[in-house]
Ligand binder design. Sequence first.
Ligand SMILES: [Zn+2]
Length: 325
Amino acid sequence: MSNYIVLDLEWNQAARKEDEIRDMIFEILQIGAVKLNDSFETVDTFDSYVRPRVYRIMNPMTQKLLHMDMKALKRERPFPYVMSDFLDWCGKDPVFCTWGTNDLAQLQSNMDYYGMKPLSQGPLPYIDVQKLFSIGCEDGKSRRSLEYAVGFLEMEPDETFHRALGDAVYTARIFSAITGNEKDSFDHAKYPANELLKFVSYDTYRLPRNKEEEIRVKFPTYSKYISRPFKTKHAAMRDMDVVMVNCSICGARAKRVVKWFSPSGGKYYLAVSRCKLHGYLKAKNRMKKCRDERVYVVKTVKPIGTEEVDQIRARYENAMLSQRR
Ligand SMILES: [Zn+2]
């Protein structure tokens, strides 16, 4: 049995760009969290402020959002103390859930800054409730604000937004509602609620260090692969694991129909392959920057129809033409 830890952080950043510290661009000022059991019932809450050590002046943008005062924060405990209390509170093998993709990277960078033991060696699996909301209620691509989702699901806006615990409470309610586990569960679902939990995300603050640690996951509608780092994107695109396409449904190796090409100056690459059993597959390799100069690849593979094959083929021919020019 594992606990879901629905987490929200508030942070500050340098008031002037020249004061920014590269290893900790965002300094956490507040940790708020809701602990849910397997039945998505709230078991406990965590709420703590943090004494700032690095950025002692509030960034004007942050000040507008947060209900916090630097003077009062000076009475709080420093990050390592609050964080180790928080980890004790989380218990064994917590499953972190957040609204969006930022919080876990900031949490890990603050932990690193203070030399704390890492949360994981490689990519950290977590649940991005913002993504589940999009898959369950919208097109799977939109990224909505917490305020929007609360309104959409017609929830009582009785907590303050942009306060760590308030936002965590809202995120937990949305999570519970869209996965069909709340008594007055909503009826906007586009996607079967029990299937939503299969869409696990991976935080890539720590990347796979080698081939063995690379991530390969199959979701109900597509598959995903996260590579180890490469020196350049060209080196990445020469690697067998990066360019090979397996069917997202049966896993069989698929035959190339349209070669890998980049329609976007190297930000991502596309290819079309074909599985004997399941037809055409679109493969997309996104090139992502590591914190050093290297790159890693996130590959997604999903089934497509013949119309989309033709569209991609046309884009391929266009890209070849413009290369020749
Ligand atoms: Zn197949």
